[in-house]
Design a protein around this ligand. Structure first.
Ligand SMILES: Cc1cc2nc3c(=O)[nH]c(=O)nc-3n(C[C@H](O)[C@H](O)[C@H](O)COP(=O)(O)OP(=O)(O)OC[C@H]3O[C@@H](n4cnc5c(N)ncnc54)[C@H](O)[C@@H]3O)c2cc1C
Length: 393
């Protein structure tokens, strides 16, 4: 009996899970599907906000991956190619590879180690916000602490920006999320002042429509100050003081710093702008059987879970058609829902959809109902990763 075509999926985020689930569901008994994911676990990255601002446990946002009809291998891929993947202990051949490794966060060894700052943008890293150092998430230490650092100015200077959330490079995962985190931190006890700094001249300008105004209004309502066009100059900054390339200064008692995002190492050999890989239709790389989807792909769309999921489905359908397994189904426009928390714990939602006619953006006003829907998204993600429901709803 001829061997079944083999499709390898790299990554257990929304993109990889959706691709693997789709391949398995539509290619039943006609393709063999293997999913490689570091550690064999899926992580709901948005949980970084809940961990930092609400003290949630990082483990609540992860689960073992168990997809029916998919062989899950808890291994890191060293390099993804059109004909297979390289591993530390050899290689695995494939007829097509769908790579969704997301973006890597610059590692601690290449970031300044500042006692007042936490570098994180995932649930595991965000737990450091509650560990040791200067105060905790609910109390930012006293102003005297900053004076004690000596060269960052007097305690009296430290009013504005006592707690800082700063985006330290573009692109980054989920454009509205830093604002969401800042709003919640502003609602926490003892947060006298919270500033969010972003390199974008206007937050969410790329999403457009009502999204920028919504985010700016939500920040103002939560008492969060915005510092826009703030391109961080790490070399000129120090513990307690973040400087921008144009010479602005933000003093902080505590900072949640979102590290620069980098290319996933397994895609290092591919072409593309900065951390992103250049892709064609359905994520194909140079018309080969290698597909790069989700946060790792240079598509011009936001780095959001819904976009990664939809791209996973499109790539899987394209692979199945090219392998002669089944014709593609009618493509659904890519769409994403990004939740924005407000100071009082309600959530609003920015919904984006990208049909051929041009982007559609809708903003749902804050409500407790939306906060519950965000909880339901987490539950659906975890169930999907365990194969209880197909990821992609
Ligand atoms: C704080 C925060 C809030 C967010 N809020 C929202 C929101 O409200 N709505 C929304 O739509 N999106 C949100 N996002 C964005 C969303 O989480 C990402 O866009 C989405 O996870 C990207 O999916 P992905 O599959 O491309 O990559 P990822 O989710 O990053 O998954 C990549 C997977 O690949 C694995 N991997 C990496 N390298 C390798 C390798 N070499 N070999 C094997 N496995 C590898 C990783 O372990 C991981 O499992 C948020 C993100 C953050 C950080």
């Amino acid at each position: 009996m001829a061997e079944l075509p083999h499709v390898v999926v790299v990554g257990g985020g929304p993109g990889g899970l959706a691709a693997a689930a789709r391949l398995s569901a539509r290619g039943t008994a006609a393709v063999r599907v293997t999913l490689f994911c570091t550690g064999g676990r899926a992580s709901f990255l948005a949980g970084a906000i809940d961990v930092a601002a609400r003290g949630a446990q990082p483990r609540s946002f992860g689960t073992e991956i168990l997809l029916p009809g998919v062989e899950v291998r808890p291994q890191a891929v060293l390099a993804a190619h059109a004909d297979g993947v390289a591993l530390a202990d050899g290689s695995v051949r494939a007829d097509a590879v769908i790579a969704a490794p997301g973006l890597a966060l610059r590692g601690a060894a290449r970031l300044p180690s500042w006692p007042r700052a936490v570098w994180a943008w995932d649930p595991g890293g965000a737990a450091a916000w509650h560990e040791g150092g200067v105060g905790d998430a609910g109390g930012v230490g006293d102003a005297g602490d900053v004076g004690a650092a000596g060269d960052v100015g007097d305690a009296a200077d430290v009013g504005r920006g006592a707690t800082l959330v700063a985006v330290c490079g573009l692109p980054y995962r989920c454009p509205p999320a830093p604002f969401s985190l800042a709003n919640l931190l502003a609602g926490g006890s003892g947060q006298a002042s919270v500033t969010v700094a972003t390199p974008e001249p206007t937050p969410l300008a790329a999403v457009g429509a009502d999204a920028p105004a919504h985010l700016i209004h939500a920040a103002a309502e939560s008492g969060v100050e915005l510092e826009t066009g703030f391109i961080v100059d790490l070399d000129a900054s120090q513990d307690g003081l973040l400087r921008s390339q144009d010479g602005r200064e933000l003093r902080y008692r505590r900072a949640f710093l979102i590290p620069p995002h980098e290319r996933a190492a397994c895609l290092a050999h591919l072409e593309g702008p900065g951390p992103l890989v250049s892709v064609g239709t359905h994520g194909r790389v140079q018309e080969s059987m290698l597909y790069v989807i989700g946060d790792a792909a240079a598509t011009g769309l936001p780095r959001a879970a819904g976009i990664a999921r939809g791209a996973g489905v499109l790539a899987a359908d394209d692979v199945l058609e090219r392998l002669g397994v089944c014709a593609r189904e009618e493509a659904q426009p890519l769409a994403a829902s990004c939740y924005v928390f407000h100071r009082d714990g309600r959530a609003s939602r920015i919904r984006t959809r990208y049909p051929p006619g041009g982007p559609q953006v809708e903003v749902d006003p804050p409500s407790l109902e939306l906060a519950r829907e965000r909880e339901a998204e987490l539950a659906a993600f975890l169930r999907g990763a365990r194969g209880v429901a197909v990821a992609g709803g």
